[in-house]
Design a binder for this molecule. Structure first.
Ligand code: FAD
Ligand code: 2HG
Ligand code: ZN
Length: 474
């Protein structure tokens, strides 16, 4: 592991023995149990190449019953388990830290049902987000969330991280769109709340506990989610602003002119654009470089109405000189090329070598000040310090890169980034979760009473602490 994760001690768990493997093979059949070192390796390594576990076994159940039988055994034997979906998480939550068993949901990819009147899709947790979208397309529906990792991430992983993504602004949080969940608790108890009801106030809404709990309270095995209408009309515009002040006014104008059809308001700064052009060979759609770029998307039902609204908006922001340059996609290919620039920044940054990644919520007026202040702190040491993200949701992605891990650089970044966020009453994790990276910093965003209650809930639901130890709540 890279510093500063090397100080964490292995918990008091048993090690997997031959007899445990024999039990797992009886439960899962042999193809569900992977022990070959080379095969296990890819599950130990996270997407960023920053976190690496030392697990010796991957279990791949196909059904809820198999997950339950595995966990019942692990609970009795005090074997630690790290659940893994598509392994695209960005805070080190999806890979073990030591020798935790990796429980992969990759074989749990059945679609159970689609009620296309109420638009409720029910599926197993290991379904890949993009594949769910493909399945919904002929029904004129789509998933209520979208993110750059769609080709690999699982819906169970999305739920476990409470992923936000690119269209959160329009379709909202998984806390609203997930209508029911099935989860297996640490001791193997199956909790089936897979209802497709939009309204249900019978007691505590337990499914909400699993949304964003990062695999620490149970393994999500099934999801009932409300799909949304696939828009008949989509427009994408890519704009340039000369200042962050102008960008904020452009956001206000977008809300005003585009109202309910606004489906995304994303931003990237010049450094982010430079990174995609230098590291991925993409080219800016605009002639002149600018300090800030905005990607706006509309989703509506009548193209001529939406286009008229978009034109009204563009006229205002151009004549008020809020926007200095811009382009509107003429077809789906152009729209996806514009989206590609925004979606591929994370991938582009990886090419620099080491990436220090932060994901904060801040009040909009101070959101970009964090990037400016950080840039001047790290200027002499970092390769790049860039800001981009879901500005419409007050969510900044701050990324600082260097060619290799650098202690001095890390010391300039932390705890400053957390102190700045706490000073402005922001969140140190807007959408990626805490994983192994941030549990010790949770106090910057949550009061002691809330942390205490979270620990009590964890102890109640997972008394031996076998589920994703060292992560989220420690
Ligand atoms: P994993 O990475 O496998 O796991 C993530 C966490 O969830 C781990 O703690 C794991 O233990 C737990 N987990 C996984 N499956 C289950 C389950 N079935 N039951 C219980 N726990 C489980 N995130 C955003 O919020 N918005 C974005 O826009 C966004 N864009 C991204 C773009 C890229 C290119 C990448 C690489 C990542 C991005 N992410 C984004 C990070 C995001 O958290 C993940 O992409 C996604 O939600 C994780 O799903 P996964 O299946 O890969 O989960
Ligand atoms: C995004 O919005 C993702 O592109 C990833 O949440 C952000 O890499 C990041 O910092
Ligand atoms: Zn994001």
């Amino acid at each position: 592991q890279q510093k500063p994760y090397t100080h964490i001690q292995r918990g008091n768990f048993n090690q997997v023995e031959g007899e445990d493997l024999a039990v797992f093979e009886r439960i899962l059949t042999s193809s569900g149990v992977i022990t070959d070192h080379a095969d296990v390796d890819r599950y130990n390594q996270d997407w960023m190449g920053k976190f690496r576990g030392q697990s010796t076994v991957v279990l791949r159940p196909k059904s809820t019953e198999e997950v339950a039988a595995v966990l019942r055994h692990c609970h009795q034997r005090r074997l630690a388990v790290s659940t893994q979906g598509g392994n695209t998480g960005l805070v080190g939550g999806s890979v073990p830290l030591f020798d935790e068993i990796i429980l992969s949901t990759e074989l749990m990819n059945d679609i159970i049902s689609l009620d296309d009147v109420s638009r409720i899709l029910t599926c197993q947790a290991g379904c890949v987000l993009e594949q769910l979208n493909t399945y919904l397309e002929p029904h004129d529906l789509m998933m209520p969330l979208d993110l750059g990792a769609k080709g690999s991430c699982h819906i169970g992983g999305n739920v476990a991280t409470n992923a936000g993504g690119l269209r959160f602004l329009r379709y909202g949080s998984l806390h609203g769109t997930v209508l029911g969940l099935e989860a297996v608790l640490a001791d193997g108890t199956v909790l089936n709340t897979l209802s497709g009801l939009r309204k249900d106030n019978t007691g505590y809404d337990l499914k909400q506990l699993f949304i964003g709990s990062e695999g620490t309270l149970g393994v999500v095995t099934g999801v009932a989610i409300e799909a949304v209408q696939r828009p008949a009309a989509t427009n994408v515009a890519f704009l340039a602003c000369n200042s962050y002040e102008q960008l904020q006014h452009t956001f206000q104008a977008a809300k005003h002119h585009l109202g309910e059809i606004l489906s995304a308001f994303e931003f990237l700064d010049e450094g982010s654009m430079d990174c995609t052009t230098a590291n991925l060979g993409l080219s800016s759609p605009l002639q002149t470089p600018a300090p800030f770029y905005i990607l706006i998307e509309t989703h509506g039902s009548v193209q001529e109405h939406d286009f008229a609204k978009l034109e009204g908006f563009l006229e205002t922001v151009m004549s008020d000189e809020l926007v200095v340059d811009g382009t509107v996609a003429q077809d789906a290919g152009q729209a996806s090329a514009l989206w590609g620039i925004r979606e591929r920044i994370t991938e582009a940054l990886q090419h620099d070598g080491t990436v220090y990644k932060y994901d904060v919520s801040l009040p909009l007026p101070v959101l970009y000040s964090l990037v400016n202040e950080m840039r001047s702190r790290v200027a002499s040491v970092a390769t790049r310090c860039v800001g981009y993200g879901h500005v419409g949701d007050g969510n900044l992605h701050l990324n600082i890169t260097s060619s290799e891990p650098n202690e001095e650089l890390f010391g300039l970044i932390e705890p400053f980034v957390y102190e700045f966020t706490a000073k402005h009453r922001g969140s140190i994790s807007a959408e990626h979760g805490l994983g192994v990276m941030k549990p010790h910093h949770i106090h910057y965003s949550k009061p002691a009473e809330a942390i205490h209650l979270m620990k009590q809930i964890k102890a109640l639901m997972d008394p031996h602490g076998i589920l994703n130890p060292y992560k989220t709540i420690v």
